[in-house]
Write a protein that binds this ligand. Structure first.
Ligand code: PXP
Length: 247
């Protein structure tokens, strides 16, 4: 069976901290607990409005962890210069709207004139670049043309459908499978990751897709940590990869 790596997104440790304007819970401490619990990478999203992760967290986490860091960010000049300073192992480029609750939908890489140079600038700084895109053949074709190192397939539509429409969830699951196969057939070197909205209930269906390299999971792990502890929640997520599931 395909066993993807687990990247833990720790943004919502910072959400909890910022809710009270205090200095706990500490995202650095959280990242280290995830690492010890077997996470293969730490993901964090520095949003333009700094609603959760702050600039200082990015630098401190980079210093503290021994596993790869994946910095999610928008395609802006400000973020480019932060990434060039921090030098994360990976940058994942995402769309960003101030009013959204979370990252709704993938980046439109087909219609973004800024992307070719932006990707080159990051790669020239020794940073590998992933593009967060919908499971769409035109988007994947463009990502290959742009020489991205990876794509991350947005699983949000699948995860939303999973909650109350299992037929639609199976349609969305098929889109993700077709997209993954298309990417691997057309660019065997391209890394195919996935993430968004994954929980211990729905993750197995994505984790068991042949060709998926890594899953980036945040909100549900931090939510589960309220009851299981962060270490327990990371371990429970990993175990859930192996569940027998169907839509
Ligand atoms: N991958 C990307 C690119 C994201 O933007 C997010 C949300 O920040 C995630 C994965 C994780 O999504 P969730 O918090 O729903 O697990």
């Amino acid at each position: 069976m395909n066993t993807p790596r687990l990247g833990v997104n720790i943004d919502h440790i910072a959400t909890l901290r910022n809710a009270r304007g205090v200095d706990y819970p500490c995202p650095v401490k959280g990242a280290l607990i995830c690492e010890k619990a077997g996470a293969d990478g730490i993901t964090l999203h520095l949003r333009e409005d700094r609603r959760h992760i702050k600039d200082g967290d990015v630098y401190a986490i980079k210093q503290a962890i021994s596993i790869p860091m994946n910095l999610e960010m928008a395609v802006t000049d400000e973020m480019l210069s932060i990434a060039q300073n921090v030098r994360p192992d990976w940058v994942c480029l995402v769309p960003e709207k101030r009013e959204e609750v979370t990252t709704e939908g993938g980046l439109d890489v087909v219609n973004n004139a800024k992307l070719p140079n932006f990707i080159k600038d990051l790669q020239n700084a020794g940073i590998k670049v992933s593009l967060f895109i919908d499971p769409d053949i035109a988007q994947i074709t463009k990502a290959i043309e742009l020489s991205a190192d990876a794509i991350e397939i947005h699983t949000g539509a699948f995860a939303t459908a999973w909650l109350d429409d299992k037929h639609l969830a199976s349609v969305e699951l098929d889109r993700i499978k077709i997209a993954t196969t298309f990417a691997k057939d057309n660019a065997p070197h391209l890394i195919v990751n996935a993430g968004h909205g994954l929980t211990t209930d729905n993750v197995a269906l994505i984790a068991q897709i042949e060709g998926i390299h890594e899953l980036n999971i945040g909100h549900s792990i931090i939510a589960d940590s309220v009851f299981l502890g962060l270490d327990g929640a990371v371990r429970a997520m990993r175990e859930a990869f192996f569940k027998v599931s169907k839509c």
